[in-house]
Ligand binder design. Structure first.
Ligand SMILES: CCCSCc1cc(N)cc2c(=O)[nH]c(N)nc12
Length: 372
């Protein structure tokens, strides 16, 4: 069983490119991690996700504990075997989804009691149960249970949640124990308060975890606030451990966060937008619902290595989206994930070659110029 590790291969300013090594393969960083909430990257075959260049996918403790159940997934051989994904999997701890999806929630020092949004059944999520579930699923990277506060919020509420998350991080570390080849990541909280962010980062780093996520962002705050919090936290995170910005983001969010030293990203945007007719391309966003595409024979991107982006006309995609055809969701999800992986590959190469600033100017010019 090889170990879990992280190596930085090159730097360009605060940006880094490198690789996370796991027994199930390496993760090239900066990395975008497609979200596979309920054990599937929606509308995609796992082989397609792998072929696009994704090294790792995400699963959700909250969804999988409710259906099909963590113990059942373990009896079925674990999440990797069930969904036929042989690369690394990161699972979120469930607290964020409980607070955003579940009914009748009661939060205490122990954990959170909640009602399933599926059938109303009662459940309790504690730091210990979250780690137990993530271990039953077989996750290679496990996230601490945390409390993420929606912004804007009163400082005392943010402070209380940040301190609770720190205590839960310690309990998660104890529950995680020793799992060779796997890592437990802490989650920095603190809203948009710089002092709280620094305290959270410093106390988490003292726990010597496998990596550090910046949470509590992409929850309604302006991009400038998000970037300011990254700049506040980054100097207090060890350079030799991966940094993961949770729930982020648009291509521009990702590019700006890579520039500030973030290594890992996840976001439902490319998959969710694809299901709703929106394409992300190097020319910016293209809304295929728009009637102006009804007879546009051009593909989304003739230079793309992805067949969905290169071989299908906008007119056909417009027709599929307007008709609510499943193939429309499939092709646009495929195309969007291909674009996101191409974006990450371009960022990695630019950092390696020491030309990140020029590359960022080029891609932002492409987005601004819009379609050819
Ligand atoms: C599969 C989804 C992973 S990211 C979900 C997420 C997204 C955002 N934006 C913030 C947080 C956070 O603060 N904590 C946790 N556990 N998760 C968060």
């Amino acid at each position: 069983m090889s170990s879990f590790g992280f190596t930085v291969h090159a730097r360009d300013g605060a940006a880094r490119t490198g690789a996370i090594t796991t027994p199930r393969g390496e993760i090239r960083t900066p990395a975008f991690m497609p979200v596979g909430t309920a054990g599937t990257v929606k509308a995609m075959y796992p082989e397609q996700v792998k072929a696009l260049g994704a090294d790792i996918v995400l699963g959700n403790t909250y969804h999988l504990m409710l259906r099909p159940g963590a113990e059942r997934v373990a009896r079925l051989g674990g999440l990797h075997r069930m969904m036929r994904w042989d690369g690394p999997i990161l699972t979120d701890s469930g607290g964020f989804q409980v607070m955003s999806l579940a009914g009748l929630r009661k939060l205490s020092e122990t954990g959170v009691v909640f009602q399933s949004h599926i059938d109303g059944s009662r459940h309790e999520m504690t730091p210990e149960r979250s780690i137990e579930i993530q271990t039953l699923l077989g996750a290679d990277i496990q996230m601490q249970l945390d409390e993420c506060v929606r912004l804007p919020a009163p400082r005392e509420e943010v402070e209380k949640a940040m301190r609770l998350s720190l205590r839960w991080a310690e309990r998660c570390r104890t529950a995680f124990g020793s799992q060779p080849g796997r890592a437990l990541f802490g989650i920095v909280q603190g809203g948009t308060d710089e002092a709280l962010r620094v305290e959270s980062a410093k106390d988490l780093v003292s726990l010597d975890l496998g990596g550090y996520a910046v949470g509590g962002l992409a929850v309604g705050e302006p991009q400038a606030d998000m970037l300011r919090m990254i700049e506040t936290v980054e100097p207090h995170l060890p350079t030799a451990k991966p940094r993961y910005l949770m729930g982020v983001g648009t291509p521009d969010d990702i590019a700006q966060a890579v520039r500030r030293g973030i290594d890992m990203f996840d976001c439902v945007m490319p998959t969710r937008a694809g299901r709703h007719g929106m394409a992300y391309t190097r020319h910016g966003r293209v809304n295929l619902k728009n009637a102006r595409f009804a007879e546009d024979i051009r593909p989304l991107d003739e230079a793309s290595s992805c067949a969905a982006s290169r071989d299908y006309s906008r007119a056909y995609l417009h027709h599929l989206v307007r008709s609510g055809e499943i193939l429309g969701m499939m092709l646009l999800t495929w195309s969007n994930l291909a674009y996101y992986q191409d974006l990450m590959a371009g960022l990695r190469a630019a950092i390696r070659d020491g030309r990140l600033e020029d590359h960022l100017a080029e891609i932002r010019e492409g987005w601004a110029r819009g379609e050819a």
